[in-house]
Design a binder for this molecule. Structure first.
Ligand SMILES: [Zn+2]
Length: 266
């Protein structure tokens, strides 16, 4: 029988589990931290015990002011960390930071209720905005971090001939984070360019050309009337581009012929 990995690594939630909690005391300038409940999710071989202990220390000082300690704030952070089930030390740190971000934001929200000046209001609002954006960014980071092992398998075309085998594997890997870099050839950069030259600088225009044209909008694309019968000034066609070109050719040939005749006179 195959071992079901998901059920093996994630045992069913124990309903009798006591969530972790902290009791903090300031005893003659000596910080006493009493820990209670199940700390296994926060402190285990994956997240590293020493990291967890350090985090607990930092969490306790979170929200504390001088000798005053904020046990509620510490337990809020511990509870959040526990609920998020960090899978390694980096996740444990990020979740702690998220709890801190959230608490700072709530502190600002509370401040907004007791504001006496416009400047204070502006400052609190700005801080709240920043913290809200930070939280969203942290959320995004953890989402990306947790999906680090997953690769996108895109199958463009699979042809299987008789007797052959089709292998569908990691055809393409998802690009790691971030958008396209500057200088990357994006489809937009590969669009045909305007062939016109700038009258002012003499350099090629380089703007994207209008579809079906060799020039951009500014250099005449889509402008003007259709040539030939479609042109509103069309009368008899005797002055059309083709006829004019032919006429010029005939004139040039005639001039040539005259010059040759003149040469022959001597
Ligand atoms: Zn142009």
């Amino acid at each position: 029988m195959e071992l079901d990995k998901t059920s093996a690594s994630q045992p069913a939630e124990n309903p009798k589990r006591t969530p972790p909690s902290l009791k903090v005391e300031n005893n003659n300038n000596c910080l006493n931290i009493e820990i209670d409940g199940d700390f296994d999710r926060i402190s285990n071989e994956v997240t590293s015990k020493s990291v967890a202990l350090g985090l607990i220390g930092q969490i306790v000082s979170l929200g504390s002011w001088g000798k005053r300690l904020d046990e509620k704030a510490a337990n809020f952070a511990i509870g959040f960390l526990d609920a998020m089930k960090p899978e390694d030390a980096a996740e444990a740190l990020l979740f702690t930071q998220m709890a801190a971000t959230h608490q700072a934001m709530m502190m600002m929200a509370q401040k907004l209720n007791h504001i006496t000046s416009i400047q204070q209001q502006d400052a609190a609002e700005r801080a709240m905005n920043k913290l809200a954006r930070t939280y969203a960014a942290q959320m995004e980071t953890i989402k990306r971090y947790r999906s680090k092992g997953q690769q996108t398998v895109r199958v463009e075309r699979v042809t299987v001939e008789s007797g052959g085998q089709a292998v569908v594997g990691n055809v393409s890997h998802e690009r790691g984070g971030g958008g396209a870099m500057k200088g990357d050839a994006s489809p937009m950069h590969l669009a045909p360019r305007c062939t016109a030259k700038s009258k002012r600088s003499g350099l090629p225009c380089k703007s994207p050309a209008v579809r079906g044209w060799e020039v951009c909008r500014m250099h005449g694309a889509k402008g003007g009337h259709k040539s030939g019968h479609g042109h509103p000034q069309y009368r008899h066609g005797g002055r059309s581009h083709d006829i004019e070109a032919t006429r010029k050719l005939i004139t040039a040939l005639a001039r040539d012929a005259r010059n040759h005749l003149g040469d022959m006179d001597h």
